[in-house]
Design a protein around this ligand. Structure first.
Ligand SMILES: [Ca+2]
Ligand SMILES: [Ca+2]
Ligand SMILES: [Ca+2]
Length: 472
């Protein structure tokens, strides 16, 4: 065999080995106890089962105008929770037959993904009065879509709806059928809508006020096979930013803000809706109240989970990069040329799915930047976590790491005298409920009134509140 052939054979052998043993860019584990912060946790509110199954809580939003919180179940119900946590009321079931929404909630990844409440929801006489928005998967694939992925198997649709309450303070929704703003054809069952939110820091009269940030995953399968996340003509693999009360979009049902990065780029092929791109499954994002930094928790492929900054126009790298590393396949990332493209917004923190803290399935969630609130130990920290395992982490908001696991430390929950994982706390609740203990936590963070941090999960119907650990 000639030398080049030998090298080629060795490379083939090498890739065969890589295909079996995932590369691990983080051989040193996240410290189990060093730097760990202890926070007490207390039960706050409960949300009912549907059909004997615990609520699949995804998002909780505070609505200060009518002084209550809204929390969804991915199957369709939307509840309000009183500020004292004592009263949970069904506000609206978006899956009720009369609305025609037809929520597709099969499996873990599909369903009523997200909701956003207009900042003027409770303010009579304003354009946003009574408006709330739901971002949901739907089995109804008959209506014409605004965007198709150009491949895949048309599994379902993901649709943005606007609901208008007549009296926003009413206990239950009193408005008419929803108005459809935007409809996507989904190529694969997984990776659908992501987080959706108004920027809570935007003051009335400023350019970002009333603009809706809409996370859209890459469409699914694995590895972004249609290469949509880097395609600026496609809404998939993006965070969009739209004016839900505007009309200058192609379908005339929403507005495209002139401040968006690809509106005046001299290229008609790029979508004006795009705020940031190169995301895989942006299930959560959140702003730093002190400096406006927008952090995105973007769920990784099989190796790296990432927390990244997303300024307007940012490219977060997928599917060229998985975290700080060149994406090769589900089993491999490149360990050379780390963070090699100066135009990409690489993670501030990232962790490996092979870390011993996790249980085989790993997916990042977040993001709460703690700048005010009753827990001194959390001050100036960026809170995030891994949702299947329920592991909770922080980094310092004023000393953002340059990627990697080095800056990541754990948050441990104190329940009784012992620090416990969130998963263990849910499992103990399941036993009290007479249910089979869950093997997943499905942690999500939420911001409550008075700068409180709440924890959601999908397995015991319990909303929990973080409280300061008493020093003894
Ligand atoms: Ca999908
Ligand atoms: Ca453009
Ligand atoms: Ca990335």
């Amino acid at each position: 065999m000639s030398t080049p052939r030998l090298i080629a054979a060795a490379m083939l052998l090498g890739s065969a080995v890589l295909a079996q043993v995932p590369t691990d860019p983080f051989p040193a584990p996240i410290p189990a106890t060093e730097g760990a912060i202890r926070v007490r946790v207390a039960e706050f509110a409960s949300v009912p089962d549907v059909g004997g199954e615990a609520a699949r809580m995804m998002l909780l939003v505070d609505e200060p105008g009518t002084r209550r919180m809204f929390v969804n179940d991915m199957r369709g119900p939307l509840y309000t929770v009183s500020y004292d946590g004592r009263t949970t009321t069904l506000y609206l079931d978006i899956n009720a037959r009369n609305w025609g929404v037809n929520v597709q909630s099969a499996g873990r990844e599909r369903g009523f993904q997200s909701l956003a409440i207009h900042p003027q929801f409770g303010q009579a006489g304003t354009p946003g009065f009574g408006k709330l928005y739901t971002w949901t998967d739907s089995t109804n694939t008959a209506p014409k879509v605004d965007f198709a992925p150009g491949g895949g198997t048309k599994t379902h649709a993901t649709v943005l709806f606007e609901w208008t309450a007549k009296n926003p303070a009413a206990a239950t929704y009193d408005g008419g059928p929803p108005r459809e703003l935007l409809r996507l054809e989904q190529p694969f069952a997984n990776h659908n809508g992501g987080h959706m939110s108004f920027n809570p820091l935007a003051a009335p009269g400023t350019p970002d006020f009333g603009l809706l940030y809409v996370g859209v995953a890459d469409g699914g399968s694995g590895g972004d096979p249609l290469n949509l996340a880097q395609n600026l003509s496609s809404p998939f693999g993006k965070i969009l930013r739209i004016n839900p009360l505007g009309t200058n979009s192609a379908n005339g049902r929403y507005g495209i803000p002139p401040v968006n990065p690809f509106v005046n780029d001299g290229n008609t092929a790029t979508l004006g809706e795009i705020y940031a791109y190169g995301v895989r499954n942006p299930q959560r994002f959140g702003w730093d109240p002190r400096n406006g930094n927008l952090f995105v928790a973007d769920i990784g492929q099989n190796i790296v989970e990432e927390l990244s900054l997303a300024p307007a126009g940012a490219n977060l790298g997928w599917n060229t990069w998985e975290g700080s590393f060149g994406y090769i396949s589900r089993d491999a990332v490149s360990l050379t040329n780390r963070r090699g493209d100066p135009k990409v917004s690489y993670p501030v923190a990232e962790y490996g799915q092979l870390d011993p803290l996790f249980q085989g399935q790993s997916a990042v969630t977040g993001v709460h930047v703690y700048r005010r609130g009753p827990i001194p130990q959390l001050m100036n920290l960026v809170l995030f976590g891994d949702f299947p395992s329920g592991e909770m982490f922080y980094i310092h908001a004023d000393k953002l790491p340059g990627g990697g696991q080095e800056g990541i430390r754990r948050i441990l929950l104190v329940d009784g005298d012992e620090p416990k994982t969130f998963l263990k706390i849910i499992q103990e609740k399941n036993v009290k409920q007479g249910k089979t203990p869950t093997t997943r936590a499905d942690l999500r963070y939420a911001a409550g009134p008075d700068d409180q941090v709440l924890l959601l999960n999908k397995h015991d119907g319990t909303i929990r509140l973080l409280v300061a650990e008493q020093r003894r």
